[in-house]
Design a protein around this ligand. Structure first.
Ligand SMILES: [Zn+2]
Ligand SMILES: [Zn+2]
Length: 270
């Protein structure tokens, strides 16, 4: 499997997930033109896209769903709740999935898990025969069932949206602050850190996602996450809004993994 985050944040989200035979875009928050440009910048051939999976109806994840269906000539997967809240008229390309029902696009198995947000939203666990990757952004609270869902992942891409002090002192009016902090809002650095503390030796890489440009900084988010991971052998990365990144799905063999090294995806990359 190969994972390329094309952009992450409130200005637009899109991640390319590739297996040996299948290529899927997760979310449609960047324009189709930007997707092509960023894939090209990462040395990825735009080629065939086998499906687009929309996590929820907010524009930074779904605004370009219709144009992806046409530009990439592909099916678009969304839950019924999301379908009711997005402008999407390419009915022939629509595929509806259940918020807690596993489905497949080609040889990529996708396991959604409903999470609390102010639009019906899912975290995703994606696997091929070698690798299990989790993606969870846009959630106000981490429920115990989600921790179980994500602990099975080799690689976890997880929201670390805001720093609570910065949100208090920042530009958002009080009612927006309440929305961001609420059970249906976003995860702050400390709540993300609580989840990171639960991870086991199964997980070798964490990518912090969807950082707020107004209410967070890379330095603060990284420091809080590093503290939570200080006793663990887990590599930490930060996704960017404006530049794509390739997510390392395996570690180089020169690193010392400890006793469980053989279980760690030495064959993860295609
Ligand atoms: Zn978002
Ligand atoms: Zn959202």
């Amino acid at each position: 499997m190969r994972v390329t985050i094309l952009g992450s944040g409130s200005a637009g989200n899109c991640t390319l997930v590739e297996t040996k035979t299948t290529r899927v875009l997760i979310d449609a928050g960047l324009s189709a033109k930007q997707v092509r440009l960023r894939m090209k910048a990462m040395g990825r051939d735009v080629g065939k896209i086998d499906g687009v999976v929309i996590t929820h109806a907010h524009g930074d994840h779904s605004a370009h769903a219709q144009s992806y269906a046409q530009a990439f000539c592909t099916n678009v997967y969304m839950t019924e709740s999301t379908r009711r809240n997005v402008r999407f008229h390419a009915e022939a390309a629509l595929r509806v999935y259940g918020a807690n029902s596993a489905f497949e696009v080609g040889d990529l198995a996708i396991e959604p898990h409903a999470v609390p947000h102010d639009a019906p939203q899912v975290a995703l666990r994606m696997r091929d025969e070698h690798c299990c990757v989790g993606l969870a952004t846009d959630l106000g609270e981490v429920e115990a069932s989600l921790v179980d869902h994500l602990k099975a992942c080799d690689v976890l891409m997880i929201e670390s949206n805001y720093d609570d002090d910065m949100l208090t002192r920042g530009p958002y009016p009080e009612h927006i602050q309440r929305r961001v902090r609420g059970r249906l809002g976003h995860l702050d650095n400390l709540h993300t850190a609580e989840l990171l503390r639960e991870l086991t030796a199964r997980t070798h890489t964490v990518v912090l996602m969807h950082l707020s440009k107004k209410n967070n900084t890379e330095e603060v988010a990284r420091a809080v996450a590093q503290d939570a991971l200080s006793t663990k052998d887990i590599d930490l990365y930060l996704a960017q809004q404006d530049s794509p990144m390739s997510v390392p799905l395996s570690r180089t063999l020169t690193l010392n993994y400890g006793l469980d090294a053989s279980e760690r995806n030495s064959t993860c990359s295609i």
